[in-house]
Design a protein around this ligand. Structure first.
Ligand SMILES: CC(C)(COP(=O)(O)OP(=O)(O)OC[C@H]1O[C@@H](n2cnc3c(N)ncnc32)[C@H](O)[C@@H]1OP(=O)(O)O)[C@@H](O)C(=O)NCCC(=O)NCCS
Length: 202
């Protein structure tokens, strides 16, 4: 099957087919389907230096509404199967912020451009969510957030771990560009597929 015949494929700047455009099959999305486009390969602008503009603050439970809404966008963009509604996500976010989780909110001085949600264990920190606002992607915002997290927020003596959905090629490319390396591949099988597989091999 040729590259252009794989409508579900997600192209990165490394493997985009020659001449791919926003409407090409497989243009870069942050979900698994090309009909849920987010940022096209060609749409990524040249990185700008946003280091001087970015500000960071720790979230409080009063940010649950904002973070729940951004969480909903994150779910859409990464193609996650979580079907929770915004109100449910807001409630969950509030409960998380009240207990084990901390969130970092990044602003450009006027508006929120990104957030990170994480919890800390004795010897590692688990980054559960990381999201850059759709209209601010591809300009170095994510990179700058990670720089701030490493230099000003996160403990310097702990391993940082993050999960990325296998089809989220942009997310995988991003974390690798941030220096993260592959560690674990999570596999699963659904009950109906399991019975089909059993029949197939018996
Ligand atoms: C993934 C995400 C955080 C990247 O944020 P961003 O601000 O666009 O990233 P940056 O512009 O700082 O990119 C930094 C580097 O990451 C890599 N990268 C980022 N987006 C990429 C993409 N779409 N395709 C290929 N590489 C990409 C590049 O190496 C880039 O460096 P370069 O621009 O010098 O080549 C953002 O797209 C996002 O929020 N996506 C939805 C949520 C998500 O998938 N989160 C991550 C999973 S937990």
């Amino acid at each position: 099957m040729s590259a252009e015949q794989r409508p579900w494929a997600i192209w990165t700047r490394q493997n985009a087919p020659k001449g791919a455009t926003d409407s090409s099959p497989g243009f870069l999305t942050l979900g698994r389907k090309r009909d849920t486009p987010e940022v096209a390969f060609e749409a990524r602008p040249k990185p700008i230096n946003c280091a001087t503009k970015m500000k960071h603050r720790l979230a409080t439970r009063n940010d649950a509404q904002l973070l729940g809404e951004l969480n909903h966008q994150l779910i859409q963009d990464e193609g996650h199967r979580n079907g929770m509604t915004i109100p449910q996500l807001v409630d969950r976010m509030r409960a998380w912020l009240d207990t084990d989780y901390q969130a970092s909110i990044f602003t450009d001085g006027t508006s929120v451009v990104a957030y990170a949600l994480y919890w800390e264990e004795k010897d590692y920190l688990y980054l559960r969510q990381f999201f850059v606002r759709r209209d601010r992607r591809g300009s170095g915002v994510g990179r700058e957030c990670v720089r701030i997290l490493f230099s000003e927020v996160w403990p310097k003596d702990k391993r940082i771990t993050v999960d990325v959905l296998c089809w989220n090629q942009a997310g995988i490319a991003f974390w690798r560009a941030m220096g993260f390396t592959d560690y674990c591949l999570n596999l699963e099988i659904y009950p109906d597929l399991k019975s089909k597989t059993s029949k197939a091999v018996s």
